[in-house]
Design a protein around this ligand. Structure first.
Ligand code: SAM
Length: 213
């Protein structure tokens, strides 16, 4: 039998104190199987935003805007640029943000991250990366240059369900591409002289990396 995960249990019970719009969005996301961050990652995004008070946030892979809401909970004054390749999800995010009153703080962009990054604006105080894992190694340099000094790069799923270091023969072709992309990205981040990086073993692995200068 799987052992209960205390962090997940306590974070989920914390979630009962969350605003109703966030609970509704979580429930609908789970029902329709739209991927959203777990409670512990959401809570960490909230904490990071409340501690660092980022003026400008870039979110690559915003889905239906659930993680966007967690960041706004932490620092409601943040200006967030939320990018997702799926226009339907962007429209769903617009609906949820309209209901919550968060829409004036958020610029929603329906685009591939790679296309958006040709004219990205910035600098950003926090970048949250939650898109297709195999693309991450190519995105790192651009994310790094878009961060201001002391800015944070936060990346979800860096252990890719524990598959990041699995023997290749145990993975499907798709999983292997994602796992290898994630592994290359993690190693590139860990060796980066301009980043102070922390790989946190909760959720599916969360990276928090701070730009040094
Ligand atoms: C895990 S979901 C994001 C969940 C969201 N952060 C949340 O917690 O509410 C990943 C999203 O990334 C988008 N995506 C994947 N690859 C992308 C890319 N290269 N550029 C932009 N969006 C991408 C997908 O359309 C999907 O909605």
């Amino acid at each position: 039998m799987r052992k209960p995960d205390p962090a997940a249990i306590y974070c989920a019970s914390l979630a009962s104190a969350l605003p109703q719009f966030l609970l509704n969005q979580k429930e609908e996301g789970q029902e329709t199987q739209v991927p959203i961050v777990g409670d512990e990652v959401g809570a960490m995004l909230q904490l990071l935003c409340s501690l660092t008070r980022p003026k400008q946030i870039l979110e690559l892979g915003s889905g239906i805007g659930y993680s966007t809401h967690w960041m706004l909970l932490g620092w409601p004054q943040a200006q967030i640029t939320s990018v997702d390749a799926n226009p339907d999800r962007i429209e769903e995010a617009r609906g949820y943000l309209t209901q919550s009153g968060g829409l004036p703080q958020v610029r929603l962009v329906a685009a591939w991250a790679e296309t958006f990054l040709e004219q990205p604006g910035g600098p950003y105080d926090l970048i949250f990366l939650d898109a297709t894992k195999k693309d991450y190694p190519n995105l790192l340099d651009q994310c790094y240059s878009l961060l201001g000094p002391g800015g944070l790069l936060v990346v979800d799923n860096v252990f890719y369900q524990g598959k990041v270091l699995s023997p290749p023969e145990l993975l499907s072709d798709k999983e292997l591409a994602q796992a290898q992309g994630m592994d290359r990205f993690n190693r590139k981040v860990a060796a980066h002289p301009g980043l102070d990086s922390y790989f946190l073993p909760f959720g599916d692995g969360l990276l928090i990396a701070r730009k040094l200068a």
